[in-house]
Write a protein that binds this ligand. Structure first.
Ligand SMILES: C[S@@+](CC[C@H](N)C(=O)[O-])C[C@H]1O[C@@H](n2cnc3c(N)ncnc32)[C@H](O)[C@@H]1O
Length: 316
């Protein structure tokens, strides 16, 4: 084995399930015939379209939709095929029509996509909701292309049902290193603080996120899911657009990031995922969250720039 591979082997912190984990966690999954009206803090293994009509109306405070993008992708045996923009728009519209009755009038909705899916997302979202913004986040990982620009960004569309909605801006401030440390005439720092770790400013969050790291093998949140979102990105959505005790719903749950982050931040959650293995990964992550509620990149009540883990650890 090469030294690089050995090093990776030693430092690999990705989450794997044993057969013993699978047997234990399988008993926790909810199936269609076990749904009750007061459903919360559960993972439902099902096709979300098949069960959505069984869920109560107006129970969701925050809907996070991270559907398959308009790409051909194999989700552990469940294949999603790339289709025309018109056909993807129709598919997404059918999903939103199903989920809309579950939303409270004060609910917020976030919809994830890449540049191509975004064309459909805006069309559909603006038919049903008030579209408030499009967040673009820089995606460091990605294959270079020979005849095109490399894809290194994704979007998250921010929508609300009405003009009455939650937005906790103070909860999602970004801590940045100060490059130009201006001082006022009497010499005091202007809008920044000097700490033992350096000079920092806590800034208002913008709709461009350059601080997101896609989960990879040295991060404990990493699983085998092919399109897992980082806990940090979902934490921003949940902190900004819900309050403790609210219910966060994700019908395309994948490896469970939304539920796990909701739990870590004191929100209720409900997630649906068609694939048993991903549901089991979710349950294992929920179990681990009980003893380790940390979210990488979020500490001291602020979101940190990339590559500041060593500084954050000194603060803990
Ligand atoms: C983009 S991934 C979500 C990733 C997730 N945000 C995470 O952090 O792991 C979309 C997920 O939706 C699931 N999915 C696709 N169609 C579904 C359906 N009809 N019902 C339930 N789950 C579905 C796929 O299996 C896949 O895991």
């Amino acid at each position: 084995m090469s030294t690089a591979k050995q090093r990776k082997g030693n430092q690999n912190r990705s989450l794997d399930l044993t057969e013993c984990d699978r047997d234990r966690l399988r008993t926790r999954l909810k199936s269609i015939n076990l749904l009750t009206p007061d459903l919360r803090d559960e993972t439902i293994q099902a096709d979300c379209f098949a069960i959505v009509s069984l869920l109560p109306e107006r129970f969701v405070d925050l809907l996070i939709l991270d559907p398959p993008y308009n790409l051909t992708k194999n989700f552990n045996g469940f294949k999603f095929e790339r289709r025309t923009v018109e056909s993807y728009t129709e598919w997404l519209n059918a999903a939103i029509v199903e989920f809309k009755p579950l939303l409270k009038p004060t609910a917020s909705i976030y919809i994830c996509g890449d540049w191509l899916s975004s064309a459909s997302i805006f069309t559909v979202a603006s038919t049903h909701f008030i579209v408030r913004n499009r967040i673009t986040w820089e995606r460091e990982k990605g294959r270079g292309a020979k005849t095109n620009w490399k894809n290194s960004s994704e979007d998250i569309w921010f929508c609300t049902v009405s003009n009455e909605y939650t937005f906790n801006v103070e909860a999602v401030k970004q801590r940045r290193r100060v490059i130009a440390p201006y001082r006022t005439q009497d010499g005091t720092p202007k809008d920044w603080q000097v700490t033992e770790q350096g000079k920092f400013r806590d800034t208002h969050p913008s709709n461009f996120w350059s601080d997101i790291t896609i989960p990879f093998w040295s991060m404990p949140e990493n699983t085998a899911h092919p399109t897992q979102k980082s806990e940090k990105s979902i934490a921003k959505l949940i902190l900004a657009s819900s309050n403790p005790g609210d219910l966060v719903f994700d019908p395309f749950l994948g490896s469970g990031t939304t539920s796990v982050v909701a739990k870590k931040l004191g929100r209720h959650y409900l997630g649906i995922e068609q694939n048993e293995e991903y549901c089991l990964l979710t349950e294992r992550r929920l179990e681990l969250a009980e003893t380790d509620p940390k979210i990488q990149g979020f500490s001291d009540g602020v979101f940190w720039e990339r590559n500041t883990l060593a500084i954050q650890q000194k603060l803990q």
